[in-house]
Design a protein around this ligand. Structure first.
Ligand code: NAD
Length: 353
């Protein structure tokens, strides 16, 4: 078999330091020679951020963070960075906080060190997102890729189990969508497959015991792999759908991914035999869809977009917006009837088919 593809690998340092985020951060700040650190952390993560940034040269802690990075929230953080003359941004939190750091880096070029506390994976991508007037705009830019990521699983034991489940399924969605995204290739497929295998094992373990540090560490490892695969492969149909829904109705990011994923898998798997085989094996199941269904059952995943705030009347606008951005690389042609059915099933919480 001959292989022909072009693959970019993003340059970034990863520090796995379970129980020692403070030490890893201090080492990184010293290496970067930073003297005026802007720390971004939402109020619920501020105690945690205080603990791990205690010995750093912190110029300001800024806590105005919001999901999907509204432009006004980004502008405020940018103004604070300018006001304190920051030379480094450290984000401590989930994808919303990392996203805010990226928004600052996008216009200032400031380096970012990310300390993730969920499994969203934004820290390992060069993708930024901003929201204004019900539309989410995303783009990729090397300036927003964090220079370094510090992974400390002990910071994630406080993440409630239901949020851990949806966040883990967000990571799984990166893996699955990477298998048919526009720049899918054998390298990102290998990362995605390993990510899916680890997630399928570690998520039920965290549901059984939210304090299981080893399982939490596995989830961070898988979240990183999933995000690297996603950054390289690009957004497939699943991500396009979730971005549209997130911008349109401000739906919660991770639960939206958790609900939509099986519907996109049901649509695409029959026309994507390599993805089907990889995922079935990763789930240890006869079929990819059966494996995902069993996992979702074990972790009690959310099922309906209706329960997240989407209503029937929003469907036509969502369908039209997804049609505009659906990737031509999708294994199944994305037509209006296909999308209408998929979104209606996800809205109602019907079985994927
Ligand atoms: P989030 O960052 O909004 O966090 C969800 C909730 O969990 C928040 O209330 C937060 O305060 C809380 N939380 C976070 N860590 C916690 C902890 N350790 N303990 C207790 N509570 C904790 O949500 P998210 O799902 O992590 O990120 C979603 C955002 O990330 C979206 O805006 C999405 O677009 C973006 N995202 C971007 C990329 C990318 O590549 N650019 C990838 C994935 C997600």
């Amino acid at each position: 078999m001959t292989r022909s593809f072009v693959h970019d690998t993003l340059g970034q340092r990863i520090r796995f330091a379970t129980g020692d985020a403070a030490g890893a951060l201090a080492a990184e700040v010293e290496e970067l020679g930073a003297q005026r650190v802007l720390v971004l952390a939402a109020p619920s993560e501020s105690a945690l951020a205080g603990r791990i940034t205690d010995g750093l040269p912190v110029a300001r802690v800024h806590d105005e963070v919001a999901m999907h990075v509204p432009v006004a929230v980004a502008e405020l953080a940018r103004a604070v960075a300018t006001e304190v003359d920051a030379d480094l941004v450290v984000s401590v939190g989930g994808g919303s906080t990392t996203g805010l750091a990226k928004a600052v880096a996008l216009t200032s070029g400031l380096p970012v060190v990310a300390v993730p506390t969920t499994y969203a994976g934004s820290e390992a991508t060069d993708v930024w997102g901003l929201t204004q007037d019900g539309r989410k705009t995303t783009g990729s830019d090397p300036r927003v890729l964090p220079r370094c990521v510090v992974y400390d699983a002990s910071l994630t034991t406080s993440l409630p189990v239901d949020l851990s489940v949806t966040s883990g399924l967000n990571a799984l969605a990166h893996c699955v969508d990477s298998l048919w995204a526009p720049r899918a290739d054998p390298i990102n497929a290998a990362l995605a497959t390993e990510g899916a295998r680890v997630l399928a094992r570690a998520l039920p373990a965290v549901v059984a015991d939210g304090q299981d540090l080893e399982a939490r560490e596995e989830l961070l490892y898988a979240a990183y792999l999933s995000a690297v695969a996603f950054a390289s492969a690009g957004s497939g149909l699943h991500h396009k759908i979730c971005h549209v829904l997130g911008g349109l109705r401000d739906l919660p990011h991770a639960p939206t991914h958790a609900v939509v994923l099986p519907h996109v898998l049901a649509l695409n798997a029959p026309a994507a035999p390599d993805a089907e085989a990889r995922l079935a094996e990763a789930f240890g199941s006869a079929t990819a869809l059966g494996g995902l269904a069993a996992l979702r059952e074990r972790v009690d995943a959310p099922r309906s977009l209706g329960a997240l705030g989407l209503e029937e009347e929003h469907l036509p606008a969502a369908v039209e917006a997804v049609l505009e951005v659906a990737p031509p690389s999708n294994p199944v042609p994305v037509t209006r009837p296909v999308l209408e059915q998929l979104l209606r099933r996800a809205l109602e919480g019907s079985e994927p088919s």
